[in-house]
Design a binder for this molecule. Structure first.
Ligand SMILES: *[C@@H]1O[C@H](CO)[C@@H](O)[C@H](O)[C@H]1NC(C)=O
Ligand SMILES: *[C@@H]1O[C@H](CO)[C@@H](O)[C@H](O)[C@H]1NC(C)=O
Ligand SMILES: *[C@@H]1O[C@H](CO)[C@@H](O)[C@H](O)[C@H]1NC(C)=O
Ligand SMILES: *[C@@H]1O[C@H](CO)[C@@H](O)[C@H](O)[C@H]1NC(C)=O
Length: 400
């Protein structure tokens, strides 16, 4: 009796186990496949599972060795600008490619191109800024190239204004060149860039981006080096002062004055556009690393490894620029909230300030070309600038 009971009990356990196995290994997977676009989890669930905890500030951390190396090479990505294609021009060291950013309180997930494209499906993203902003766009194009190249749907042939469409994802990516963000007129357009006097209309956004930005879902704004040059400041169509300019009886203002106003006008323009519903990101100052001289006095950047935080940190003018833009972003955040608009910070500066090894230096051109100035402003591709897009994915997840 007892034995029969035991037998029938164990039979029912067997049946139960069999059923469970069947459900787990066949029916459930098939069901999941049917209900979700990615194999096992829906995008939303996946994002929830891989979101960084609220308490993790991913922008504070350190670089740790990572032997797997970069996501792509100059052979697997064919859109790297020569000036940032350091390998092509014979940069001999590759250790600078073998580091990953490790936030203090969490792990920064690897860039997942499919996930990025799913996050931006049916959306559009614009980068507004200078050639360092474009550096990030190129990194993004290369990171996504492991899945697909977009088609170029630019409205012009001008390399400063590009637009791409990822057709399968209906994702539009655009790059607007506007190094001062506001309306700028070169008074001496053929002179060398760095000592040209520029008229800046600090209360007028540059039409080149402002006229087209309204429809974008994500806007990434940045500005930097161009504010070091001589500038005449206009407000309300009148000269109100200048920085480092050869004019008498014009009020001396600092470059930080111009920088602050340029960001204020940019953010103000975005939040006052009637149909703008996008999320705005400030990509913070990208530090330059000229050593043993200024950029125009033989300075260069020949390090091959990151440095410690003690060795390099934002200071002087860079720190002041950084603080200025962050203050304006905070201001915009408050104003934006009244309209239900999000302004967020893509705070790349701390990670980059300890990467003096990431710049092209003299490997942005052939050695025999007569270029004496080292490039310690832009970033080699691949290189530490790819981390900006690892950050960007995490930022996008916040919007899900
Ligand atoms: C890529 O870099 C290698 C050196 O690592 C160079 O020989 C090659 O010409 C480069 N290719 C392209 C397409 O830039
Ligand atoms: C593609 O996305 C845009 C917004 O970026 C939207 O207006 C358009 O309707 C979408 N097209 C298709 C075919 O889904
Ligand atoms: C502005 O500052 C420069 C030095 O930076 C100085 O030569 C010039 O006289 C100053 N101009 C005025 C109007 O104060
Ligand atoms: C390189 O440029 C300098 C200054 O621009 C010039 O004096 C020199 O002749 C140039 N050298 C070559 C080889 O072109």
């Amino acid at each position: 009796m007892g034995g029969a009971f035991i037998t029938s009990h164990s039979t029912s356990i067997k049946v139960l186990l069999l059923t469970l196995t069947l459900v787990l290994f066949t029916i459930l997977p098939v069901y999941l496949l049917i209900i979700s676009p990615s194999p096992w989890l829906s995008l939303t669930d996946y994002v929830k599972n891989t979101k960084l905890g609220n308490r993790c500030d991913m922008f504070r951390g350190k670089w740790i060795p990572y032997s797997d190396g970069p996501y792509y090479t100059n052979e697997t990505c064919n859109v790297i600008f020569d000036q940032q294609n350091c390998m092509k021009f014979g940069r001999p060291d590759t250790d600078f490619l073998k580091w990953r950013w490790k936030p203090n309180q969490c792990e920064l997930p690897l860039f997942d191109a499919v996930q990025f494209l799913e996050l931006v499906r049916g959306k559009s993203m614009a980068f507004v800024g200078d050639s360092v902003g474009r550096n990030q766009v190129q990194s993004l194009l290369c990171l996504l190239a492991s899945v697909v190249y977009p088609s170029d749907v630019s409205k012009t042939k001008d390399p400063r204004f590009r637009q791409w469409l990822y057709k399968d994802y209906n994702f539009t990516l655009a790059s607007y060149w506007s190094p001062h963000l506001v309306k700028a007129i070169n008074t001496y357009p053929t002179g060398p860039t760095y000592n040209r006097l520029v008229n800046l209309y600090l209360d007028e956004a540059n039409d080149a981006w402002a006229d087209e930005i309204e429809a974008f879902d994500f806007v990434i704004v940045s500005a930097g080096q161009w504010f070091f040059g001589p500038q005449v400041y206009y407000e309300n169509h009148r000269i109100i002062g200048c920085y480092n300019c050869p004019m008498n009886n014009v009020k001396n203002l600092t470059m930080f004055y111009g920088y602050r106003k340029a960001f204020r006008t940019t953010f103000q323009t975005l939040w006052s556009l009637k149909n703008f519903k996008g999320v705005t990101y400030l990509r913070t100052l990208s530090p330059a690393h000229f050593e043993n001289g200024e950029w125009n006095a033989g300075g260069s950047c020949s390090r091959t490894q990151p440095v410690t935080r003690r060795k390099m940190k934002l200071k002087g003018d860079s720190l002041k620029f950084y603080r200025t833009q962050v203050e304006e972003l905070r201001r915009a955040e408050k104003e934006g909230r009244k309209r239900g608009l999000k302004f967020r910070i893509l705070d790349t500066s701390e990670a980059m300030v300890v990467r003096p090894d990431g710049h092209p230096n003299h490997y942005g051109h052939w050695p025999q070309e007569n270029v004496t100035i080292a490039d310690c402003v832009h970033w080699c591709l691949p290189g530490p600038v790819d981390t900006w897009n690892e950050f960007l994915v995490q930022m996008l997840k916040m919007e899900i």
